[in-house]
Structures are given as C-alpha cells and as structure tokens.
Ligand binder design. Structure first.
Ligand SMILES: C[S@@+](CC[C@H](N)C(=O)[O-])C[C@H]1O[C@@H](n2cnc3c(N)ncnc32)[C@H](O)[C@@H]1O
Length: 193
C-alpha cells in the first residue's frame, strides 16, 4: 500500500477518516493552554481537518500554519475560518517543506507515515525548527507491526529515534487521553538539540 497523496485524497473523498476526533484532543489542548507566547510560529504537519489549528486560532495564536498533502481538509479549514489568509494553509508534502518554526505540533501525522520514513521525519522536524524550537504532541503507544496506518511504536523506539536530534523533556504515557485513545498514547515534548 502506497501512502501517497492519492491514498489520502481517496480517504477524504470516501469520508473514511477514523482518525478525526472531531475536535482537538485533551493532551494537545492542555499543552496549548500552557503556552504563553501568542506570537510563536507554529506548524501543524498533516493537519487534516485542523481541529488543533482552529483551537490555536480561537485562543489568539495567529502565526500558525496548517500543512497537508491533500487539498480537501485544507478547504475544510478555510470554510470554518473564512477570514484566514491563504498563506497559513500550506498544500505540500511535509518532506519538501522549507522554513522555520518555533513549535511543531504532532497529532496523528507521524503514525500515518510509512515507518521507514521515521528517521527522515525526525531529521526534517529538527531541520525546520528554530534554534530553541520545540516538537510537542502525541505518538501512539501500541506495538509497531506491518498493519497500519496508524502505525504504533513504544517509548524505547521513540528514544532511539529522537534522541540524536532532540533534548527530551517529556516522553511518557498520556494521563489525559480521550477515551478511545486511553492507554494508547504517549505525550512528547522535545527541544531541538
Ligand atoms: C491520519 S491523518 C491525521 C490528520 C489530523 N492530524 C488529525 O489528527 O485529524 C494524516 C494526515 O496527514 C496527511 N499527510 C500524509 N502524508 C503527508 C505528507 N507527506 N505531507 C503532508 N501531509 C501528509 C494526510 O493527507 C492526512 O490529512
């Protein structure tokens, strides 16, 4: 199975989007609620229908970017936030993105990538963060098998993957997952090395 643009486009066309929680989930909203600097330049890669983006926007963060390889979800964000300038919605493959961000928020994007892209994901995130940049969000906590997406992983794999690029502040089982994701999520908060 090729997890390319056509794959995701078809998922949205069929409205087969089981990952979409319908609103930003509590691990992410709790983290966002703790952010003080509303001027942070924030990227949400693989933003989908952008619930986290909308949450940030409604909290007064305005230097925020939603990126997706598929057009449909970005159109959905624009529909919800018609006044939003187009430049904040980036239709592009994450791995082709250039630029720099203070904070990157991860929510079911990493787990949607083919696992062999994980080292490239860690490297790319590091590359597009500012000097004191941060990566925060959730990764799944269930065995990594060939079946997916979503693809799982565990704390030891994530340490091996991310430690070369990041100082690890938090990497632990979420205490505040939404019910269907309870005991299946790890919260991460890393700083660029
Ligand atoms: C599982 S969905 C998650 C969407 C959203 N984060 C959420 O939680 O609702 C994965 C998203 O990543 C997007 N995607 C997949 N590969 C991508 C890539 N290489 N670059 C950018 N977006 C990509 C898909 O189009 C899809 O919207």
């Amino acid at each position: 199975m090729k997890l390319n643009k056509e794959f995701w486009k078809e998922k949205y066309r069929l409205e087969d989007t089981p990952w979409d929680a319908g609103s930003a989930t509590t691990p992410i909203t709790t983290f966002i609620d703790g952010l003080e600097d509303k001027n942070l330049k924030i990227l949400i890669p693989g933003a989908g229908n952008g619930h986290e983006f909308e949450y940030l926007y409604n909290k007064g963060f305005k230097n925020i970017y939603a990126l997706d390889i598929t057009e449909e979800p970005l159109v959905n964000i624009k529909r919800k936030l018609p006044e939003l300038p187009e430049k904040y919605l980036i239709l592009q493959d994450f791995f082709q993105l250039t630029g720099s961000f203070d904070l990157i928020l991860e929510q079911t994007f990493f787990c949607a990538l083919a696992p062999d892209l994980r080292p490239l994901y860690a490297k790319k995130i590091n590359e597009i963060l500012t000097q004191k940049g941060q990566l925060a969000g959730v990764l799944f906590d269930f065995p990594l098998t060939e079946s997916g997406p979503p693809y799982g992983g565990d704390i030891s794999e994530y340490i091996r993957l991310f430690e070369p690029f990041f100082k690890i502040k938090t990497l632990e089982r979420c205490y505040n997952s939404i019910k269907p994701r309870k005991d299946k999520e790890i919260f991460i908060h890393f700083y660029k090395k």
